[in-house]
Design a protein around this ligand. Structure first.
Ligand code: NDP
Length: 502
């Protein structure tokens, strides 16, 4: 007999006698229902897949640590940021956004960059991307936007008409489109890209003073991107190139790292700023809001099991710790609801108990009970309501975030001037990109936009023209569009332009 340690068992621990031959009635007869090991094995296999994430389905992840290197206690009371040298365990998941779980890592797409800090005050999730901005700034547009990045409901194919129709009807997207179609839209690996919290968040200190912040994770490996041709080749050679790169680098002891930096804006500055500092389609210029060092993120441990750690990982921008809170950024407000909600659907009501999602540096003491797959002691004999006089945990008013003033009528408020939407994309095109960046940008756009119909090409080229005349004219030339028509469309209001191209 084998020792208990080595013996194969069923899911319930019963020893298995044979894992090669199903029980049959006679040597050549039918399979017997009483082969309970076979039934259990097939039934579990039938349920191995959980729902794919609707976005960020393809990903890779790793554990590591975050170490504080700068003193930010004047701005935040977060315990994990309380002193230089302090370390906190982290789990990071990188991903592409639009593709399915089996899609290629080198596709043109933003990349997800989600960090879970296992702090002593609970888990803090920074659920960012590799771009400092986004395509839209109102969560009401998000499901529509994602539909256009996915498959056509009739053909089940990716559809340039859907893709560019929506973007050309959404002028605020042109800044993010300009980053996505630069070579930054095809990073060489997850190690060679930056991460950004993208949203504006609130930090508040021990005195209750609050600040608005934007967080940047700058790669210490340097930015490296594929050209469109290299990305295309890599799709065929190794569709899992970024997943492989991350795993192998960490396995070989080449631990990737990022420096966490923060831009800080006072409430006074925010009130008087020339554009809405909570608009997710805009960056805060570095010259006005210089980056300050906070700490260093290092990934040094691969997951032991992909499904347990990476597939079941669930991040939520709503997971704040005392000292960090939300801002009025509308997209952030929408995400505060949506991430938790999608995890309830994908993983169930007790997903927070899964090891990768559970706090590691503090105890959970809540009155939440029961639900499918409750896998801890469910509060044991303790009271399941509050207030109580049976020794249950109490809320702590000292961790309350500061009150923030809001005013004005409750209504569906539109953002300000349309012209604002082109300024920063113009700076990027003219001042930040070099001639090679611009050449690749134009080539990448023309390659993709050429798949859309003429009227949509015209409408989108007019938006590029509004960003910068050279930008618009080069796209128009690449597509064989009449430059005068593009110019005249660019001079119309968005509504007139839409009417003229519908
Ligand atoms: P800066 O010149 O101070 O910053 C430009 C920043 O752009 C760089 O620091 C770098 O940030 C990033 N960058 C460099 N090359 C590229 C590229 N090829 N594609 C995309 N981004 C690149 O000027 P501003 O702060 O005034 O920003 C000017 C424009 O730069 C913005 O309108 C925006 O489009 C872009 N940008 C600005 C960022 C910000 O937070 N201010 C961040 C990223 C881009 P990084 O090290 O983060 O890559």
């Amino acid at each position: 007999m084998k020792s208990a340690k080595e013996r194969m068992t069923t899911g319930f621990g019963m020893p298995v006698d044979d894992d090669l031959n199903s029980q049959t009635a006679g040597r050549g007869g039918p399979v017997l229902m009483q082969d309970v090991h076979l039934l259990e094995k097939l039934a579990h296999f039938d349920r191995e897949r959980i729902p794919e994430r609707v976005v960020h389905a393809k990903g890779a992840g790793a554990y590591g640590y975050f170490e504080v290197t700068g003193d930010v206690t004047a701005y935040t009371r977060a315990a994990f940021l309380s002193e230089p040298g302090k370390r906190t365990e982290v789990f990071v998941r990188f991903s592409t956004v639009g593709g399915e779980k089996g899609s290629a890592d080198s596709e043109r797409d933003p990349r997800g960059f989600a960090v879970k800090f296992y702090t002593e005050e609970g888990n803090y999730d920074l659920v960012g991307n590799n771009t400092p901005i986004f395509f839209i700034r109102d969560p009401l547009k998000f499901p529509d936007f994602i539909h256009t990045q996915k498959r056509n409901p009739v053909t089940n194919l990716k559809d340039p008409d859907m893709f560019w129709d929506f973007l050309s009807l959404t002028p605020e997207s042109v800044h993010q489109v300009t980053i996505l179609f630069s070579d930054r839209g095809t990073p060489k690996s997850y190690r060679h890209m930056n991460g950004y919290g993208s949203h504006t968040f609130m930090w508040y200190n021990a005195d209750g003073d609050h600040y608005w912040v934007k967080l940047h994770l700058k790669t210490e490996q340097g930015i490296e991107n594929f050209t469109a041709e290299e990305a295309e080749r890599m799709r065929a050679i190794d569709p899992d190139c970024a997943t492989r790169d991350l795993f192998e680098a960490i396995k070989g002891g080449d631990f990737p790292s990022w420096s966490l930096q923060v831009q800080i804006m006072t409430p006074e500055q925010a009130r008087n700023f020339r554009f809405d500092p909570f608009d997710l389609t805009k960056v805060w210029p570095h010259a006005e809001f210089p980056l300050q060092e906070v700490g260093r993120l290092v990934l040094d441990r691969n997951p032991r099991n992909y499904f347990a750690d990476v597939e079941q990982a669930a991040f939520s921008p709503a997971n704040f710790v005392p000292g960090i809170g939300p801002s009025p950024d509308k997209m952030l407000q929408g995400r505060l609801f949506s991430y938790h909600d999608t995890h309830l659907h994908r993983l169930g009501p007790n997903y927070h108990l899964l090891p990768v999602n559970a706090p590691k540096a503090c105890r959970v003491r809540s009155y939440q009970r029961d639900g499918a797959m409750r896998m801890d002691d469910n509060g044991g004999p303790g009271p399941n309501y509050w207030p109580n006089t049976f020794g249950g945990p109490d809320p702590d008013p000292s961790v309350a975030p500061p009150a923030v003033q809001v005013e004005g009528p409750a209504a569906r408020h539109a953002y300000r001037l349309e012209e604002d939407d082109f300024v920063q994309a113009g700076r990027l095109y003219r001042k930040v990109m070099d001639p090679v960046d611009r050449e690749h940008l134009i080539g990448n756009i023309v390659g993709h936009l050429s798949g859309a119909c003429r009227r949509i090409q015209l409408r989108q080229a007019a938006l590029f023209y509004k960003v910068d005349t050279d930008y618009g004219l080069r796209v128009a030339r690449g597509l064989g569009l009449d430059p005068e028509r593009v110019q005249s469309l660019a001079q119309m209001s968005q509504q007139e332009r839409v009417e003229a191209t519908s």
